[in-house]
Design a protein around this ligand. Sequence first.
Ligand code: PA5
Length: 331
Amino acid sequence: MTQDLMSMYLKWYELSVHAVNDYRVEGEISRELIEGLVLSGMGGSGIVGDVIYSLLYDKVDIPIITIKDYSLPKWVKKGWFVIAVSYSGNTLETIHAMTESLRRGAKLAVITSDGKLLEYAKTYKIPFIKVDEGYVPRAAFPLLLIATLKILEELNLYNASKFYESLGVLNDNKIMNVADEISNFVGNSIPIFITNSKYYPLGLRCKNEFNENAKLISKVEVIPEWGHNDIVGWESRYSNVKAIVLNDGSEILNYVWKHLRDYGHEVKNVEINISDDYLTNIIYWSKVFGISSIKLALSKGINPKETKSISKYKEFLKHSKLARINFREKM
Ligand code: PA5
């Protein structure tokens, strides 16, 4: 029997522990010095790249970029390392980025549960981690994240042991109540998430969850840029827009939520620092907001798991010119 979406999120602790204990890289990751790191992936898989970018922003002395597109910048070449993440393994953008990386002689690793990415990884002897099948990409977030961390550990770029030791937060018994509070707050509104660059991946994740699970338009805004344009839009009043500030306690985010409140907007200030470990905060709040978007969908009789428009878009891509480029010819 296929699992419902809520059950998948409720298993995040068990899934995470399983990934930490059991995931291994198949094949050998080259330990040669790398000149730069690319994280390629779309949607629920691509978010992992955003998290890693912010995690390593002030920790490593090589450039890191996330690619959510078919092509790579010209300066990604031999000497760079590309991690291609696609839960299904069949996402066209990620397949193209992977092919292009191979053609340019970059080193690669693949994270997937199946599909063409797995097939190509085996055929072209690309190191890979095969994550568990049977989930939807956004619900497999802990699996994809931990698999990526395993690659970073092999590359000596990060040691995630502190995060692994904190996974117990996923069993916190406050999660359901906080998720209820958030879904009640959002109700029929368009939720706008506001946070800082460091927590942009969390803001994006929350926006994506309300898009995909609750079938709502939702947006994310990031300070300090927000203070130079979007802030002015909040001088007007809207009947169905609400702000959710993902507040890590910084002076500027404390300013932002009070500013919005003083302008008469409905704003929820969420204090997100439950730990001093970045990844722990990310996974904890991803679970809370994921569940709150599922609860909102269920309260409206909406199926949170189904994403018909994404399937339709992927169907269109399958028959587009981009899909006709033959992988083997490109090699
Ligand atoms: O959450 C989702 O279902 C989507 O955002 C997918 O992650 C996205 O379409 C990319 O697919 P995949 O993760 O299989 O590469």
